[in-house]
Design a protein around this ligand. Structure first.
Ligand code: 5AD
Ligand code: SF4
Length: 439
């Protein structure tokens, strides 16, 4: 029997680990990974729909396969992820791309193997999108691609219904994984040599909030960081409405936990935060940063910010700028508000004209970049611990990150991937650091 090949793509950062699970399913079915479309026997798109451009990107990528499918009709094309869970989207996908063979949702990813088998036994396309979230199905054989980092889900779904966000509609209500599974997974990963564990959830702070796990996020974090071995622990995403001192106390107890919190603020203006249904104020957010830095003055914070939300005035926007300066974020993901059908914000009046949105995002990006650059410059002359994660062929340098997520490059004759190295920083360039290994 000849070898069968697969390709899995992912639409956004949140989908990376899910794509690793899909790849795990395909490997279990004896497919091996390929990077050439023409070799692939199955191509799986794990789509994202959080913003319109992610969706357009997916449409573009799927559309580009039309020719290939004509030349090689036996190539299976499967589409999964958030887009297929969106109301009415499967119908649109089906009409626009009649050559799709399989469609599956975020809530029935585990069924992919049986869906592929079913498709192979019938001519008709297979469309199976589960509407309602069920029990969490534990998943053992993800095919991890980000060594020495490993992603570990702690919750699925989201209950927050921020008024702009489609995630609760396409990923269902929040469910927490049982602590024993999480701890066993982390132990196994550490034994296998993973050096950085990132606990994942849309709002990690509400882990176990439904009483189903018998422990809070702070307690879980404490247990994860108590596992023996040299490795780092990160977690994301924290929600400012639930982030609390219990978590910070656990961070203080363990050197393993990176003193970096990803705490999306979204806006610096109270009226906008209220309209976004974020359920905290600018003042509460700033108090949390103060509390965090009272434990660790060196703590870094990264964030997500949306500009051009319906009704956002210039004054609101300037409040965001002021907050960005006050917090002095290590970095920020900045987004232009994107209207998502079915969300509350899509119905709001005062949608902001595109030129205004563009102007604001440009100003905000310039501000964030200038802060990041300043921070990088402060590194020069210092020695930081970097976890080496890759080799950059173009630069001919190894690269890795420090505890605060800052990228550092260095030369080495030996393969350093998966090792902690002391990097003496000699140069800073925008968001990246360059240096030499300090023996
Ligand atoms: N438009 C723009 N940005 C959005 N995000 C979520 N929904 C939207 C939207 N409709 C951003 C938020 C969130 C991040 C993952 O994506 O900032 O924190
Ligand atoms: Fe979306 Fe808000 Fe849930 Fe984050 S917390 S996934 S922004 S609804």
């Amino acid at each position: 029997m000849s070898q069968k090949y697969f390709i899995v793509t992912y639409g956004c950062q949140m989908n990376v680990h899910e794509s690793e699970k899909i790849a795990g399913i395909l490997r279990r079915m004896d497919y091996v990974e390929s990077d050439k479309l023409e070799n692939a026997d199955i191509i799986v798109f794990n789509t994202c729909c959080i913003r319109e451009n992610a969706e357009n990107h997916a449409f573009g990528n799927i559309g580009a396969l039309k020719k290939l499918k004509k030349q090689k009709p036996e190539t299976l094309i499967a589409v999964g992820g958030c887009m297929t869970q969106e109301k009415g989207k499967t119908e649109i996908l089906r009409k626009k791309f009649p050559f799709i063979d399989i469609m599956f949702g975020t809530l029935n990813l585990e069924e992919l193997e049986s869906l592929i088998k079913r498709k192979k036994s019938q001519k008709k396309k297979v469309i199976e999108i589960r509407e309602k979230e069920g029990e969490i199905i534990e998943f053992e054989d993800a095919y991890r691609t980000s060594y020495p980092n490993a992603w570990v889900n702690i919750t699925y779904g989201c209950n927050n219904f921020c008024s702009y966000c489609i995630v609760p509609y396409v990923r269902g209500r929040e469910r927490s994984r049982k602590p024993e599974y999480i701890l066993a997974e982390v132990e196994k990963l550490v034994k296998e040599g993973y050096k950085e564990i990132t606990l994942l959830g849309q709002n990690v702070n509400s882990y176990g909030a439904d009483g189903s796990t018998g422990m809070t996020f702070a307690q879980l974090l404490d247990k994860v960081a108590s596992i023996e071995g040299k490795f780092r622990v990160r977690f994301m995403t924290s929600h400012p409405k639930d982030f609390n001192e219990d978590v910070v106390r656990v961070m203080a107890k363990h050197e393993k936990i990176c003193k970096l919190v990803h705490l999306p603020v979204q806006s610096g203006s109270n009226p906008v935060l209220k309209a976004m249904n974020r359920r905290y104020t600018r003042e509460k957010y700033l108090d949390e940063i103060k509390m965090l830095r009272s434990y660790f003055p060196e703590a870094e914070v990264t964030t997500d910010i949306i500009v051009g939300f319906p009704g956002e005035t210039e004054e609101d926007y300037l409040q965001t700028e002021a907050l960005v300066k006050e917090v002095d974020f290590a970095s920020a993901f900045t987004f232009v508000y994107s209207k998502r059908q079915g969300t509350k914000a899509a119905e709001m009046e005062n949608q902001i004209p595109e030129e205004v949105q563009k102007d604001r995002i440009m100003r905000l990006v310039a501000l964030v970049n200038s802060l990041t650059r300043k921070k990088s410059e402060k590194y020069v002359g210092k020695t930081v611990e970097i976890l080496c994660e890759d080799y950059d062929e173009k630069k001919g340098l190894y690269l890795g990150r420090d505890e605060f997520g800052r990228m550092g490059y260095f030369a080495s004759m030996e393969n350093k991937i998966g090792e902690f190295v002391q990097l003496k920083v000699t140069k800073a360039n925008g968001i990246s650091l360059f240096g030499e290994i300090d023996q």
